[in-house]
Design a binder for this molecule. Structure first.
Ligand code: SF4
Length: 210
């Protein structure tokens, strides 16, 4: 607990107002005493507002019938998006759709983002692994002001026609079908990472070393 408080104290001093921590079976094996539980208690001791993000196991729409999520909103409910580690760990055995049907980005507001992900390397990401610049090199306010979605080699095609357009425009070889838009998008981006390293970072999102 003392260690956790030591790590969180600088966040309190920096004026961070809210902390979200992953707490589910995809991040930890045990329900009890996992690092999130300790961090939540430490945050409470330091009077830092903190909450859990809990991802439920994926289900097909036939099982549940729901799944609608507003663009640009944080993950709060529990639907797994098939990108990043979820693709490596969970993408076996699900129904798939033809690649041509995957013609939009259903979740992120890529054209005029009103939230971004900021990683410890300074990358400002409009979706995990899709960077619009580095906040350690250029002030965040400038990056957002200067961002031109249509000129971005990844966001431009995604806005125009989703992952299908991304594959077409950059002539990436692909399969006939994927689980969903994010599954297709993530795999296309992984293939493109060495062509657009500055826009597809950090590499850790793609399971690679920096
Ligand atoms: S992975 Fe691609 S399709 Fe899915 S939310 Fe991100 S940008 Fe959109």
């Amino acid at each position: 607990m003392e260690d956790a408080e030591l790590w969180l104290e600088p966040l309190v001093e920096a004026g961070i107002e809210d902390l979200s921590l992953s707490d589910d079976a995809f991040h930890f094996d045990t329900e009890e005493d996992n690092p999130t539980k300790i961090a939540l208690q430490a945050a409470e001791n330091l009077r830092l507002a903190a909450d859990r993000i809990c991802i439920e196991a994926p289900f097909t729409s036939l099982e549940d019938g729901s799944g609608a999520r507003a663009k640009g909103t944080p993950v709060v409910g529990g639907d797994v998006l098939f990108k990043g580690r979820a693709v490596e760990k969970l993408a076996e055995g699900w129904p798939t759709r033809s690649w041509e049907e995957l013609d939009q980005c259903p979740y992120e507001e890529l054209e005029q983002p009103y939230r971004v992900h900021l990683d410890p390397f300074g990358n400002v990401q409009v979706c995990q692994g899709v960077s619009i610049g580095n906040a350690w090199e250029t002030p965040l306010s400038w990056l957002l002001k200067e961002y031109q979605a249509e000129a971005h080699p990844i966001c431009g095609p995604l806005i125009k026609g989703g992952p299908a357009q991304l594959a077409r425009e950059h002539q990436v070889e692909h399969d006939d079908a994927y689980i969903d838009e994010c599954h297709f998008c993530y795999l296309m981006r992984t293939t493109l990472i060495d062509r657009f390293p500055q826009f597809l970072s950090p590499r850790q999102v793609y399971g690679m070393e920096q």
